[in-house]
Design a protein around this ligand. Structure first.
Ligand code: NI
Length: 205
């Protein structure tokens, strides 16, 4: 498929509320996901939302690499996952503050409070509704990506704006954990239903 240009902060498209997908099982959605997978793989990050590739629709692609798992309940390594029309609801009132970055704000990191646990309802590319409880990093990644669908970027969630900084400066200061390289397409392995759906739409990844 196609590696797309990343839409960066300041573009009004990122501030827009994205439209719901009328038919999560449509081939057009699968082809969009194919482009998002290619773009994610080149960017070497754990998640991307459709508005970041210029499509204002409610689609997210992400995975949770083992080195980022927090040990919270509901947090575990997760293979490549597609969320169509996701809705999330906080479970309890606990929040956790940790570092985040975003493809649309290159080379920056900031500390962002997020709900510790959430309930997530979404559809997959076969149109199946799925509901699950998430915690820790898994819940954080999903909250970050779903914010993109509502026109929000992480700085607007920060309670301590002073933590915002450039990755290399924060690393030099010893306040950021060392980056671990990720190869996003490795996380497609074992995702049989997703791979089958991509193949049926003629999408090669
Ligand atoms: Ni982002």
């Amino acid at each position: 498929m196609t590696v797309r240009a990343i839409v960066r902060a300041g573009d009004p498209l990122l501030a827009r509320v994205a439209a719901p997908v009328a038919d999560p099982a449509a081939d057009a959605v699968v082809r969009l996901v194919g482009d998002m997978l290619d773009t994610l793989d080149v960017a070497q990050v754990a998640g991307i939302a459709a508005p970041q590739v210029g499509v204002s629709q409610r689609v997210v692609v992400y995975f949770v690499p083992p080195h980022r798992v927090s040990g919270e309940p509901g947090d575990e390594p997760i293979g490549m996952t597609v969320l169509v029309n996701p809705e999330l609801h906080p479970v309890g009132e606990d929040t956790v503050t940790d570092w985040e970055g975003c493809l649309s704000l290159p080379n920056l990191r900031g500390r962002v409070p997020r709900w510790r646990r959430i309930r997530l309802v979404s559809f997959d590319l076969d149109g199946r509704r799925r509901e699950r409880l998430l915690g820790g990093t898994h819940a954080r990644i999903v909250q970050h990506e779903c914010d993109h669908l509502d026109g929000r970027l992480y700085p607007s969630r920060m309670s301590d704006g002073a933590s915002l900084g450039f990755v290399d400066e924060l690393e030099a200061a010893g306040v950021l954990p060392a980056r671990v390289p990720v190869r996003p397409k490795d996380y497609l392995k074992g995702e049989a239903a997703l791979l089958a759906r991509l193949a049926r739409a003629g999408v090669n990844v």
